[in-house]
Design a protein. Structure first.
Length: 737
DNA sequence: ACCAATCTGCTTTTT
DNA sequence: GCAGATTGGT
């Protein structure tokens, strides 16, 4: 294989396969290309694919790496290319019993954790106002990152009321996770570490297998991840880590920057290769980013360089207010789009997700299509979480948290009081609530009052059936069955409200997600589907197939690049956030974030701020960001293509000529919901949508049948052999005969 | 047990 | 400015 398209340093990194290697890869220095070629080179050298492990930060990065390696050498089936969490999940799934878990364990996401902590606080008479669940969880997470259990915490912590409360909750939290056969995000890593530490045969197996290990974004690994990798690499020492200390932006989540700074100490024979040539950005952008990052004191000295032209200067615009700021951005995008730039070229990268709304509104006003990649909002919807809880229970009946969530959703007349009774009853029997409910002896069901009995029994029967037949059913089948037969969909339909409509909408859209999973997975199972969903990052959902502007946080944008980048909200208190002003470390992290944001841009970079901004209902005057002040003045200009007159920035940047809204051509406003619907319909091309009562239809699984009734979203069909089924219109594989 | 009306506290950032 | 929680009435 020839590496002609790589520079000397990159080639050196590619050829250096044996022993520890640290690649300090600056932003845009061809990191991914180097890593993929390095893997390809291993294969070329005769190293079997199954000896290779590559760990990334997001699923998107993993998928991209796999794709690119595949394009170089073909099949990558036997290679592990995945995220830390996915790697741990994979190992734990096989060896769960070794650490006292059932392999059907579920993963609790942040909101599950919060609910659990709240429940515990209630039970223990601890006020969730005084000790906020979020706070307690952050302490617990920090403990877990240090491998510190509840008892050790008590011994090491102070003895105030706060510490007492944290201890009490932590202890109960841990035992409840065990009882529910559930793990949180930290547990995935921690339990995997425990597994490898205590089970020498398992450790040896993986040590022998993974003779060559690569870790991407090493600057963002935490202590547990560091330990995991050290253990796995302990035998062969063929560990290559890639990272950039200037891009460490997850310290708040426990990322330990010393992992990368001390790599040479950990591995004294380590080779270090610096990639400093930037291929991504135009000279001015690089210079501007550097003028900001050099204000950080604790960093490895390096400066990126490029052979590219200087390009345009960095554009800075100070708007009157936040709404006008958003409008300015939309105007610029509209203008550049009309002069020939694709909408895919643009990204709006902000500090906080809350900022996205104004930009959504502005882009809609201007008729510009966009996608927002914001913190899990889609899966956070109530209806999705509800149906997921149903699915979880089928796999893992020990999950009391999920049962509590859905037993009265839809209303089955089971309020908190009945639920308490059920929980107590189950406890006496030594079972989880759901286990006790599905127990053939029916004892617990019989304790229910008449009004709720029938409904709960019906639900229990359905769930039991799904559970028993789940190996013969596809994930979609299970989803359909649950949606319809638990009465969940029916109760939404009966509501006849706009909100209920949109919930149904979302539930139907979710079918596309399932269908996509089923298409991509080798052996689709409900378990795996749910795990993948909880471990998905928002960037993983990025869609490049549409022509649209992309918005996300600067955190999410790490590893991505766009020709034109807008960074709005450059104001003290917002970016950098207010907390950064009394903590130097936090200020440095914010600055690194700014660096990451700026270096996403290839050709044009726009910075904006608003003189007046409304936040949590309050409108305040702002001050231009410290980071703006740090940008080399020579690199800034205020004469954007579309500019307002008379704007004066304290930075002394000049302004151009005014242009208003009036000339905007009347684009049709972009309707996100309508768009989503279209997408769903398109993706579900398998099913006929123009069905009417009385039609004869054929279903892939149920055979032929007669349509009994049709609503906007549901088709009820009496199948000749399979009985009456309610199916999702346009999605279920129904063919008109 | 359920629903509607009022109230609170919140914004970093995410696997 | 909103979503989620709390409260009070049925």
């Amino acid at each position: 294989m020839s590496f002609d398209n790589l520079n000397d340093k990159q080639q050196e990194a590619v050829r250096q396969l044996d022993g520890p290697l640290l690649i300090l890869a600056g932003a845009g220095s061809g990191k991914t290309s180097t890593m993929t070629h390095r893997i390809a080179h291993m294969i070329e050298e005769g190293i079997p694919a199954w000896n290779i492990l590559a760990v990334t930060f997001t699923n998107k990065a993993a998928a991209e790496m796999r794709e690119r390696v595949e394009s170089l050498i073909g099949d990558t089936q036997d290679m592990w290319i995945l995220t830390f969490h996915a790697m741990c999940l994979r190992m734990l799934h096989i060896y769960a019993d070794r650490i006292g878990y059932d392999s059907n364990f579920v993963i609790y996401d942040t909101s599950d954790q919060k609910t659990l902590v709240k429940n515990i606080e209630k039970e223990q008479g601890i006020s969730d106002r005084e000790f906020k669940p979020q706070y307690i969880l952050s302490v617990i997470s920090r403990c877990k990152e240090k491998e510190m259990g509840p008892e050790e915490y008590r011994r090491s912590a102070l003895e105030g009321p706060r510490e007492k409360a944290v201890y009490a909750v932590y202890k109960e939290y841990e035992s409840r996770l065990r009882e529910n056969n559930a793990m949180d995000f930290d547990d995935l890593l921690l339990n995997c570490l425990r597994l490898l530490e205590s089970e020498t045969d398992v450790l040896e197996k993986y040590q022998n297998r993974f003779r060559f290990i690569m870790v991407d974004e090493y600057q963002d690994t935490n202590h547990i991840q560091y330990r995991l990798i050290s253990l796995l690499a302990a035998k062969h020492h063929n560990l290559c880590v890639v990272g950039d200390d200037d891009q460490c932006i997850y310290q708040w989540r426990g990322a330990d920057i010393s992992n990368i700074l001390d790599f040479e100490k950990d591995f004294p024979d380590a080779k270090v290769i610096k990639l400093e040539q930037n291929y991504r950005s135009v000279g001015n952008i690089l210079a501007a980013a550097h003028s900001v990052i050099r204000h950080n004191t604790s960093r490895k000295q390096k400066e990126l360089w490029t052979t590219r032209e200087d390009g345009e200067k960095i554009n800075y615009y100070r708007a009157d207010n936040d709404r006008e700021e958003a409008d300015y951005v939309a105007r610029q995008i509209g203008y550049m789009n009309r002069s020939g730039r694709s909408l895919n070229d643009f990204a709006i990268l902000y500090r906080t997700n809350a900022q996205s709304r104004l930009f959504e509104e502005a882009l809609s006003r201007h008729g510009i299509p966009y996608q927002v990649l914001s913190g899990m909002r889609y899966y956070d919807r109530k209806e999705i979480k509800d149906i997921m809880a149903y699915m979880r229970l089928i796999v893992n009946p020990a999950d009391d948290l999920s049962l509590t969530r859905v037993i009265n959703e839809p209303k089955r007349g089971v309020g908190p009081k009945s639920l308490d009774k059920l929980a107590a009853f189950a406890r006496v029997r030594g079972q989880s609530i759901f286990e006790a409910l599905i127990d053939p002896d029916g004892e617990m069901l019989d304790t229910l009052p008449g009004r709720s009995y029938d409904k709960v029994k019906e639900m229990v029967t359905v769930m039991k059936e799904c559970r028993e037949q789940r190996s013969d059913m596809s994930v979609s089948d299970i989803y359909d069955a649950l949606l319809v037969r638990t009465g969940y969909l029916k109760s939404l339909e009966d509501e006849k409200s706009v909100e209920a409509e949109s919930r149904i909408e979302n539930l139907m859209e979710f079918k596309t997600v399932i269908a996509e999973y089923e298409k991509s997975a080798e052996d689709p199972t409900v378990e795996e589907f749910m795990a993948q969903l909880t471990l998905a990052a928002e960037v993983d959902n990025m869609d490049d197939s549409q022509t649209q502007v992309t918005m996300m946080t600067m955190h999410s944008a790490k590893g991505l690049e766009f020709p034109v980048v807008f960074i709005p909200g450059l104001e003290d208190g917002l970016f950098p956030g207010s907390r950064a002003f009394d903590d130097d470390d936090q200020m440095e992290e914010e600055r690194r974030l700014c660096y990451v944001g700026m270096t996403r841009a290839k050709e044009l970079l726009f910075l904006t701020s608003a003189e007046v901004r409304t936040r949590y209902g309050r409108t305040d005057y702002t001050r231009e960001s410290q980071f703006l002040r740090e940008v080399d003045k020579k690199l800034l200009t205020g004469s954007a293509v579309y500019q307002r007159r008379g704007q004066r920035s304290s930075l002394g940047v000049s302004s151009g000529s005014r242009d208003g809204f009036a000339k905007e051509p009347a684009y049709k406003p972009f309707d996100a919901l309508k768009y989503a619907k279209q997408q769903t319909r398109k993706a579900a091309a398998g099913g006929d949508t123009d069905l009417n009562q009385g039609d004869r239809v054929k279903h892939g699984k149920f055979g032929e049948g007669l349509v009994i009734s049709v609503t906007d979203s549901i088709v009820t069909v009496a199948f000749d052999t399979a009985g009456i089924k309610k199916l999702a219109k346009g999605i279920a594989p129904l063919k008109k005969l």
